[in-house]
Design a protein around this ligand. Sequence first.
Ligand code: HEM
Length: 485
Amino acid sequence: MSKRVLTTESGAPVADNQNSATAGVGGPILLQDQHLLEKLARFNRERIPERVVHARGSGAYGYFEVTDDVTGFTHADFLSEVGKRTETFIRFSTVADNLGGADAVRDPRGFALKFYTEEGNYDLVGNNTPVFFIKDPIKFPDFIHSQKRDPFTGKQEADNVWDFWAHAPEATHQITWLMGDRGIPASYRHMNGYGSHTYQWTNAQGEAFFVKYHFKTNQGIRSLSSEQGAELAGKDPNSHQTDLLQAIERGVNPSWTLYVQLMPAAEADEYRFNPFDLTKVWPHKDYPLQRVGRLVLDRNPDNVFAEVEQAAFSPNNFVPGIGPSPDKMLQGRLFAYADAHRYRLGVNHTQLAVNSPKATEANNYGRDGLMASNAYPRDRKNYEPNSYDGPAETGRALSAPLAVAGYTGTHEAPAHTKDDDFYQAGELYRLMSDDEKSRLIANIAGGLSQVSRDDVIEKNLAHFHAADAEYGKRVEEAVRALRED
Ligand code: HEM
């Protein structure tokens, strides 16, 4: 077989890829060495900005298969028939660290799923935790600043992490989750995924339901202790990437079973918890899990940069039958993601293979911009409405309308009868076995005891006391013991 010829970007053959062109033997390099100039310039531009959060991640393709009839709750086409399969792409991630960070750290994990449906791409951008630290998007940049590297020391600081939490009592539930046994998953395969937010499903009759998604791992939950995590993070910083890649290469295809909790829309106002508060769960005894289908991952991407680094998920990519709820965090996210992609990847990120629809095509009048690669036929008009059979609106809303009332203003989220910042954190603590409680206390104390200011420690202790008297007492004692050491 004859060897393929090495070429420049423009396709011209390269004569020498080992020696740059010089003025005479041993002389300075010539500006006319196009191959050298192009190679060095191209190399300088290999990196793009990393994600501002969730920078480190791993991706895989697969499919979603419907196993149970949910047509009474949503008219989404990809959920319309038992046995129906839809191609998917998932990206798992850690949250706080940068692109080069280690995988086996105590941090939530991203669980971002793209369904390439026949009615467009549906992105469900969740985490491995059913709740979150805050309930208003206006706090998100401050929260993330406090968890990422300090601008002066260049590293994560316990002072910042816990100072933010001292001012965010609503984070106590998620902190209890994160510091507990599931805080360091053994791998991406051994953790659950949650939509976390409440979303809306609408059925063919126009009836609305509020819905929460739960992807339960079929590999079983496996987690690492803080000590195991620290050891693995040092030995193999890419442990989760290695695990996922190798499992799929070996044909050991990981899978998750999707369940939903469904609440008829009319019940939302009177529910004991505000169903749109991301710091709260809906106890399963109130709204039991109903099975929907299964997600299977069966193909690794060929190129991590093209398909994983450039993957763009946006919670506002809905399909008919699915829509947003009034959860303020979700509403903030409906803006944040596509905006991040336009900055990080450019306005035409939707044309990249991993991001564009696969089971249908995008038909609209958006045009041009940096790196546009879509070529339109010469008779395709670029305005709407037109008299030339161009794509036209359907007149059918994707989901049911949400009722609104009252005055505009910077309102706090409405509190329902059982709502406070601590009750569910206490419930979670009380659910744990004695051993789990001991590890939780040790993990919290290990971090909180590093804080330099007593008032910040006190404020945090007050939150654990408010969640459960025993919980607060044990954390307080453990912190004191470590600080006296
Ligand atoms: C108001 C709150 C939030 C804001 C403003 C926000 C914003 C962002 C931004 C800007 C990115 C980077 C996007 C990119 O460059 O590709 C991101 C990534 C991500 N966020 Fe959020 N986020 C918020 C809350 C959440 C919550 C509550 C969850 C989960 C329930 C979540 C899950 C994720 C995931 C999984 C990714 C990574 C997506 C990927 O793999 O590409 N975020 N977020």
